[in-house]
Write a protein that binds this ligand. Structure first.
Ligand code: NI
Length: 176
């Protein structure tokens, strides 16, 4: 396994729409290695998710996980989940603002509206389809990662940039 370099805001790969993964290539060694490296990279940088475009690979693959995360100490646990060709559909129309960050905008936090409850559909790392319903922070992480596959970042979803804060200022002035 390897820790991969993370693309930062301004790298064009973050703005590309990633093509879906062909299901017959999911079990190939190259795809499996990429998934392992994404998990390693997410854990190394204490993300709660990472998408393939963030490691300079324009493919619809994301991984998410939250357990005692130092960057998000209040986050509920999310089991390690590999999401290939992820689709996210809101179940209810209500949006809720909460603080969001991103390994590609490592020093920033901003209040970002997201759907409170969503249905996620994806293929697992063996190519098997699965789906589940997620709420709250889990739903937020799924929408954030789905956005990466569409070339979108959380700052694009903010209603206004007034709350966009450096992490140090966020901790000093905003953290509850
Ligand atoms: Ni991100």
């Amino acid at each position: 396994m390897a820790i991969l370099k993370v693309a930062r805001l301004g790298h064009p790969v973050l703005r590309q729409v990633a093509p879906p993964v062909r299901s017959e290539t999911i079990r190939e060694a190259e795809t499996q290695r990429l998934i392992d490296d994404m998990i390693e990279t997410m854990r190394e940088y204490e993300g709660v998710g990472i998408a393939a475009p963030q490691v300079h690979v324009s493919k619809q693959i994301a991984v998410i996980e939250a357990t005692d995360n130092r960057r998000y100490p209040d986050a509920p646990d999310i089991p390690l989940t590999v999401l290939i060709n992820l689709e996210v559909t809101p179940i209810a129309p209500e949006l809720e603002d909460d603080w969001e960050g991103c390994l590609s905008l490592i020093d920033f936090r901003g209040q970002t509206p997201r759907y409170q409850q969503v249905r996620a559909k994806a293929l697992d790392r063996d190519g098997r389809p699965f789906e589940f319903v997620a709420t709250g922070f889990h739903a937020r992480v799924l929408q954030h990662e789905r956005d990466h596959l569409l070339g979108k970042l959380f700052i694009d979803r903010m209603k206004s940039l007034e709350t966009l804060s450096y992490l140090a200022e966020f901790s000093r002035h905003w953290k509850h």
